[in-house]
Every structure is written in structure tokens, then in C-alpha cells.
Design a protein around this ligand. Sequence first.
Ligand SMILES: Cc1ncc(COP(=O)(O)O)c(C=O)c1O
Length: 497
Amino acid sequence: MTDPAEFCITTLKSQFRGISNLITIDRRASRPLYQQIYESFRGRIIRGELRAGDLVPSSRELARESHISRLPALTAYAQLLAEGYFESRIGAGTFISSSLPSRPTGASPSAAPGRRLLSAQVVALPKYERPSWAESLGPFQVGQPELQKFPIEIWLRLVARYSRRMRLKALQYGDAMGLPELREAIATYLRTSRGVRCEAQQIMIVSGSQQALDLATRVLLEAGRAAWVEEPGYWLVHHVLKAARCRIVPVPVDAEGLNVTAGIRLNRNARAAFAAPSHQYPLGVTMSAARRLRLLEWAQRSRAWIIEDDYDSEYRYGNLPIASLQGLDGNARVIYIGTFSKVMFPSLRLGYLVIPVDLIERFAAMRQVMDICPAHITQAVMSDFIREGHFARHVRRMRPIYAERRSVLVAELERQLGDNVTIMGDQAGMHLAIFLTRGRDDRKIAATAARQSLWLSPLSSSYIGRTARHGFVLGFGNTKANDIPQAVRRLKKLIYQ
Ligand SMILES: Cc1ncc(COP(=O)(O)O)c(C=O)c1O
């Protein structure tokens, strides 16, 4: 006599060509049983091990043979039916869906992926690599404010307070331009502190300057259009323009900022100029009044746009903050960009654009395509942070700290490295640049330095043309004054070894 259990298994095996054996269930696994059954079937269908029209054991049989309750089998079958992997035929049973292709389409692990067709935009970009310096903090890191001095307790208190009183309305999609109260607070700040001519309706909240640069490029330029960039300049501006497949025209920067005459000579008909007139990146120079007026005049004559990146001008140490280029512009040719990354903290991802009135709707339309609108809660808390005076207090408190760090760094560079380096940059922001004497390769030195947690940003990577000079951009934002002499000693050793 055959054991009934044995009979059942034999019947299943012949009837279902061993399907029940294909389902792997591990009772000790943390994944629920229904998920294991579902994934087992789905994986085998995708790999072509189960084909369209194959009969599937009933959930009752599967449960019995696998020694589990019927509920997980029923749940998994319901999901596979809902997703179209199974179909049930009344009176006949459950089958692998006949609408599935008879040949497997899913990639098998051993199959070669074949040629991957990608957009020309992404192919134009270098591959993404998280910069090694982003992993940890250390001396000379560029673009890093002093995070330890950020009033995190106040910020957290405002986040908690706002979260407690958050209303249903705040859960809806917001305006593509951003939260009205934050736009109002920013407009007031920009008019009084940065000499920007604006009303709140012109402010768009973005996720940092990077989104603003990308958005402005999408609205104002298209593939093949020429755009001036500063040479050397901000590498992420280069990437934005590469992704947009624009023609990048590197225009030299000297002690007076972007050389407008050279730009006109190189490409008079460019559609836009990207510049950081208050504190150029990476050289740290300020654009002279004569150059500002010349740039505005060129833009008006050529019907070009100026994208003003004002990323860190809250911090000036020798004199009052330099008024924005936008404030000088009588023809609405400047798109002004600012960020909270330096004054607050970079992961906040909050920045803003000041848009000429007649372009507001165009910018909003493009913004909607990108991400509909900014996230609500950070905007609301940021607006409280500004309106209650914490923002202005934090800037006031940090100014002398950064000023001291900068002057210690300059003094140490002069004392320890003397004539072997040239220092560039005004008394502003959180970085300065040094040029190395000929024959030194900044990228090689930076790679060695990174292995010792010294974050030197090679100057040659900021050039896009052929005139690259070697040196470093040295951030002093998060390097304590007391640590600077030792960090410069390490820098000196690396340069001379
Ligand atoms: C020239 C320049 N613009 C803008 C930014 C700020 O970018 P975001 O606001 O996207 O953090 C930086 C950051 O280092 C920068 O160096």
C-alpha cells in the first residue's frame, strides 16, 4: 500500500511537472511566507522556468505539501493573480497567465545585458562619484560651514514646535514657487542685506543653488547654445551645461573677476553668462564695478542672461557685503541665485532664485515638471528661523569666527610657504585659493593628502579649457583656528615631498 502523503506528492509531481518542488520556503527566514511563495513563483516565471499556460497547484495542495497553513498560499496567489502572472479558469484551476510572452524576457543572471541605450545628456556627464571628502570632515574641506556652531537646539525646537501645530493644509501639494511666508522673509532679507531689487512674488524656493542653476539652464538655454562660464569656475555649473549639451565658453577670470572683454571676443552671441561676482569660485575675487557695468551692458545688447551665483556673500570680513549685480541691473537681465547651504547647513537643501517678473510663469512651469514644488516643512521652519531673528544672529556670530580662521590661514601660509605659493581671494566667504609654483601636480598631491584625511581640492579641476593652473582651493569654514598651523605644516610637507 502506498502512504497517502507519498501518493499526494507523486501525483503533484507528475501532474504539475514538479512545480511544487520549485517553490522554496524557509520557515526560519524573516520574510513572511506569502512573500516567499510570491517571489518564488514570480522569479521562476521571469526566468522562463514556468511558462504561459502551465498549470499551477491549487493553493490548498501547495499548502498541504509545504506543511504550511493555507492563508499565505492564498495571499500569494491573490497577488500573483492581481499582477497578471496567474490566471484562473473556472473549473480547470490556476495557470501561468497565457498573456505572458512564451519566451522569457527577464534578464537571467548569466545573460549579457547588451547595449544600454542612454540619453545624450547623461552620456555627456562624467560618472557620479561621491567625493571622498564628503565621507568625513577634515581640514581644508571646501564648502563646509562650521557645523558644530550651528544652533541645532534652536532648529530642533522650531522643527518640533512646527510639527505639533502642523495643519491639514500643509499636507497638500504647495505652490511651485514655494511657501509665501518664506518668500516674503527672503525678499526682505535680500533687499536690506544684499541690495537685490525684488518683491516676494519673484522669489522661488529651490533645493539649493544646484537646482536653481539647472532650472535656469532649462528655461533659458537649449542644446547647442553658447554660455560663458568663469575660467576657472564652479565644476557643477560645467556639469549642468554639459548635461544640457550647451556650448561652454570658458572666459578667463583675473583679479577683477570675469574678463568681459575676453568673453565678447570669444563669443559675443552667447545666450548666458554664469558668474559669481561677489566672491568668485574658486579664486575668491570680487568683480570690479567697471566689469559689472560692462557685463550688464553686454547682456542688454546681446539679449543675453546673467546667472548670478551669490552662494556665500553673507560673509565679508574686510568691508561691508558687496551689493548684488542684480541690484545694478535696470533691464531685468539677471537671474539671482542664493543658498542657505553655507549659512545654515548643506543637507538642508534650501536655496532661492530671484526671477525677472516676466519670466516667473516660465520658471514655475519648468519647476512643476521637475519636482512640482518644494517640501513644505523645511520651508516653514526656515521661515520661523529667519522671522524670529535666529538667522541674523547666527550670521553675526559666525562672521568673526570665519574672519579669524581666514587671517590665521593667510598668516600661516605666508609664514610657512612664503614665496612658494601665491594666495588669491578677498577677505570673504569660507575658502581661498593658492597657486603652486610650476612643476607640481595638484591632483597627485590631493590624492596623497586625502589618504591622510587632509582635503585639498585641486585647482586644476576647476578649469575646463587648456590653461589649467595648479594649486588648491582651501576651505577654512570647518577648520578651527588652532588646527590651522598644523594643517599648513602637513600641506607644506605634501607639497615638498
Ligand atoms: C560656487 C558655488 N555655488 C553654489 C554652491 C552651493 O550649492 P548648494 O546651494 O546647491 O548647496 C557652492 C557650494 O559649494 C559653490 O561652491
